[in-house]
Design a protein around this ligand. Sequence first.
Ligand SMILES: C[S@@+](CC[C@H](N)C(=O)[O-])C[C@H]1O[C@@H](n2cnc3c(N)ncnc32)[C@H](O)[C@@H]1O
Length: 452
Amino acid sequence: MAQEQPNWWPGEAHEKFTKWAISQGVEASGVSPARFHGRGLGMIATRGIEKGELILSVPLQVMLTTDSIPLSFATRFADDISVHGLLAAFLTHGEPKDLEKYDLWRLSWPMHQEFKDSMPILWPQSLRTSNTKNNDISSPTICLPPSISGLWNSFQNGAQFQYEYDRDHQDLLPKQEKRLLDAWDRVLAVFPDTDWDTYSYYWLIVNTRSFYYLMPGIQPPEDRNDAMALVPFADYFNHSDVAVSEPVSCHLWKECFWSFRISFDILRYIKCDVNFDGTRYTFRATKSYDKGEEIYMSYGPHSNDFLFTEYGFFLDENDYESLYLDDIVFRDLNASQKEELNLQQYYGNYQLTASGACYRTEIAACIKYMTRRNWRNYVLGHSTKGVDARKTESVIRGWVKTYSNEAKTTITALEALRSNEENVPFSSNIDMLLKRWKQIEWLCNNTAEAIS
Ligand SMILES: C[S@@+](CC[C@H](N)C(=O)[O-])C[C@H]1O[C@@H](n2cnc3c(N)ncnc32)[C@H](O)[C@@H]1O
């Protein structure tokens, strides 16, 4: 009689891939790929696991890095093609004999349809309108949250940035589209018949499954996104916002951190649970696990809007949740106030998190009612004369309410879209948007109430 499989059984393709990975030197101890409702595949503990235990080790030879790509293939592309773009090009157009090695691994990856369902970049134009250049913004509703689309339904945010500043966590979709289209142009120059669906699929595979990869002792590339590689089997780990609390004591902190494309500025707060020593990628348990529990890894301290754009999911609860009030704040300040904020390096990146508005937002609020002299003295730490906590709170509450109104307006519009029969094929996308906007509304209302 055939042996009964556990309800988390990943399926035959994943069993075959696991056997292949182990035959190639991957060492998995107490972990197995498993199916988890709503998360596709993930990693399960097949026995009790102690905190700090080595659970996975993957040798360099089996990873897909730029060094795995034959030079005769790589040198056909313009020098400025991104590593991301090149890896996707290799998966799309590499010689079958060079790709054969990865066949069973590739069969373990999600289907194209799964990306179409979850990744906004592949959604119909009406659902993914953003402030991308050349975009037709005629869509009656901006469905994606402002940090993703760069646009709002309740006001227009045109021409209000008086000064350039680093909006790393905003306009996420236009930036992602640019990365994909830049790569696409370079691939088309070499392979004019490239199929968009195939290329964008592999580009998203790399986007959602790559790891930070840098040989020890090598300087990080100018663009941190170029330090990436694919790591078989390790790409089964799903993300959680597990606390990445203990500061790294390890002097090699840059090299000892893994992530799905994480930014360098937070690396020093991360524990060395994941390490690449130049020969192997190793993964240790960040806590103890019971048999049958899912083992997660943190992809980094990402907000839900970031996770939504880059990975096609977001968390119900996220310690790193944050909304950006920049567009709302800027339209409420005059040119001279903005100039002053810029001079004092408080221009932009006004965040709202579960614990309230950030210090930068408070400073921006103060400039609304304080004399310039008092404000400057306050910002420079000389005096608190003129600071009135109630007035600051009232300004911030107004800004948060604007965001909350945006959520309300968009939820109403999305509900109308949802009930239109024409949109039945996109109902799960609309549901995902509605869920995200309700989270945003909740966060705004909760903060506004806490400030009252
Ligand atoms: C590195 S892969 C992880 C393995 C993947 N779940 C699979 O089925 O192959 C990253 C992708 O997994 C999914 N994912 C990761 N963490 C998740 C989570 N906490 N909840 C839901 N989906 C998650 C997202 O689709 C993401 O793009």
